[in-house]
Design a protein around this ligand. Structure first.
Ligand code: HEC
Ligand code: HEC
Length: 211
C-alpha cells in the first residue's frame, strides 16, 4: 500500500504526541514548582536551619538530582521515611506537584568531577563510591548527591538506614557493618567535597549565579 501524505502526517503526529508526553514526564515545570515550594523555603531556604528534637541540619537541596528529590518526597508520603513535618508536607502533593517542586528546588545540576577533597576513608572506597562517586555526586539520578551536604544530616541518614527507621533495600545492607565512628568519618568526608550542594535562598536569583 502506498504511503499517502495523509497517513504520513498522521504517523508523525502520533510520534510528536509521544515525545511531548515523555518530555512532560521527565522534567517538571520549575515555574509552577516555585509557587508550590513557597512554604518549603521556610526551612530549606534558611542557611544552617536546624530540626529540633533531635537537633540536626535541614538538608540542602540545591544541586540535588530532581529524580531523587521526587523519590524522597514519595518516601515521606508512603512512610518509608519517618519525619512528621515532612510527612505533612508531602502527603498532599501529587506526583506532578513533586516533579515541578523538584525541578525548581534542584536548580542547575552539580558537575561530576573525578577529584576529591581529602583522603577517602577505606570504607567509602570499598562500599560507597560505586554509586555515590568519590566526590559524592550520585552516578545515576536516583542515587543522591552527598557533596557538601551537612555532615550531621548525612550521619543521621546513615544511622536511620542502619537502625531500620529509614527503609531502603539498596542502602540498608551498606550500613550494617558501619560503626558510629565510621559514620562520623564518612559523613565528614562527603560533607567537605566540592562544589557543594546549597541551601535554597529566599529572594536570591541563585539559579543565575553560575557556580
Ligand atoms: C518545618 C521545616 C520544613 C519544611 C516546612 C519543609 N521541610 Fe523538607 N525537610 C525538613 C527536615 C528536617 C528534613 C530531614 C528529615 C529527615 O530526617 O528525614 C527534610 C527533608 C526533605 C527532603 C529530603 C532530602 C534528602 O536529601 O533526602 C526533601 C526532598 C524535602 N525535605 C523537601 C521539602 C519540600 C518540597 C517542602 C515543601 C513542600 C519541604 N521539604 C518543607 C524540614 C522541612
Ligand atoms: C548500590 C548503590 C549504592 C551504594 C553502594 C551506596 N548507596 Fe547510598 N544511596 C543509594 C540510594 C539508591 C539512595 C536513596 C535511598 C532512599 O531513597 O532512601 C542512597 C542514599 C544515601 C544517603 C541519604 C542521602 C540523603 O540525602 O538523604 C546517604 C547519606 C548515603 N546513601 C550514603 C552512602 C554511603 C556512606 C555508602 C557506603 C557505605 C553508600 N551510600 C552506598 C545507593 C547506594
Amino acid at each position: 500500500m502506498p504511503l499517502t501524505m495523509r497517513s504520513l502526517v498522521q504517523a508523525l503526529g502520533v510520534v510528536a504526541l509521544l515525545v511531548a508526553a515523555n518530555g512532560a514526564q521527565a522534567a517538571g515545570d520549575p515555574g509552577r514548582g516555585k509557587a508550590l515550594a513557597y512554604t518549603c523555603l521556610g526551612c530549606h531556604g534558611i542557611e544552617n536551619y536546624k530540626n529540633v528534637y533531635p537537633t540536626y541540619s535541614v538538608p540542602r537541596l540545591v544541586g540535588q538530582h530532581p529524580e531523587y528529590l521526587v523519590a524522597a518526597l514519595k518516601g515521606y508520603k508512603n512512610k518509608e521515611r519517618s519525619h512528621a513535618t515532612m510527612y505533612a508536607q508531602a502527603a498532599s502533593l501529587s506526583d506532578q506537584d513533586m516533579q515541578d517542586i523538584a525541578a525548581y528546588l534542584a536548580g542547575a545540576p552539580l558537575p561530576v568531577t573525578t577529584t576529591s577533597t581529602g583522603t577517602a576513608p577505606a570504607k567509602v572506597t570499598a562500599l560507597c563510591v560505586a554509586c555515590h562517586g568519590k566526590d559524592g555526586v550520585g552516578i545515576t539520578p536516583e542515587y543522591p548527591t552527598l557533596t557538601g551536604q551537612h555532615a550531621d544530616y548525612l550521619a543521621r541518614a546513615l544511622e536511620e538506614y542502619r537502625n531500620g527507621s529509614r527503609k531502603n533495600a539498596i542502602m540498608q545492607p551498606f550500613t550494617t557493618t558501619l560503626t558510629k565512628a565510621d559514620i562520623e568519618q564518612i559523613a565528614a568526608y562527603y560533607a567537605q567535597q566540592k562544589p557543594p550542594l546549597k541551601t535554597v535562598l529566599k529572594r536570591t536569583w541563585w539559579f543565575q549565579s553560575g557556580d
